[in-house]
Design a protein around this ligand. Structure first.
Ligand code: PNS
Length: 158
């Protein structure tokens, strides 16, 4: 059983994330989308909201959604996952991702980090940019799942 963890804060999930999830689901027997609890930054969506949105948009064949806290490699071992998947958009992502991958390898050599190149259409988007553009009145159509766009609109109304 080749199991991969796709970790992140997903505040909110974007079509870039979804593209990586769908492609990973074709590479591995099971993909666990793992949402990090207790991120320091003030999130736009609660953990429950983020989990619910992810569950609604990922393929339900071999993708599971879960939350984790503490070290990612400890979680991966507990889940019996041999792989961690990360998407790389531009060269600017590389340094941070390299640091994490090497630190994770040092902590737990049995867990291999696998990088997927983000789809070209999504190579410039991030959850942070999506939130900024949206809250300042710009269109994010085609960059997040429709459900996410609707939830963001609902948030802004309140
Ligand atoms: O969506 P993000 O913010 O890019 O995801 C970052 C994440 C969740 C992958 C990273 O912060 C993480 O793995 N945190 C868990 C704590 C941990 O293992 N830290 C050591 C990493 S070398």
């Amino acid at each position: 059983m080749r199991r991969a963890i796709y970790p992140g804060s997903f505040d909110p999930i974007t079509l870039g994330h979804l593209d990586v999830i769908e492609r990973s689901a074709r590479l591995f027997d099971e993909v666990v989308v793992a949402l990090l609890l207790n991120i320091d930054k003030q999130p736009m969506f609660t953990t429950e909201e983020r989990v619910e949105m992810i569950r609604a948009v990922v393929p339900d064949s071999n993708v599971r959604v879960d939350t984790f806290e503490g070290l990612l490699v400890h979680y991966a071992v507990a889940q019996q996952a041999q792989f961690v998947v990360r998407g790389i958009r531009a060269i600017s992502d590389y340094e941070y991702e390299l640091q994490m991958a090497l630190m994770n390898r040092r902590l737990e050599p049995s867990v291999e980090t696998v990088f997927l190149m983000a789809g070209e259409a999504y190579s410039y988007i991030s959850s942070r940019l999506i939130k900024e553009v949206f809250t300042l009145g710009g269109s994010i159509r085609g960059l997040v799942p429709e459900l996410v766009e609707k939830r963001m609109r609902d948030k802004l109304k309140r």
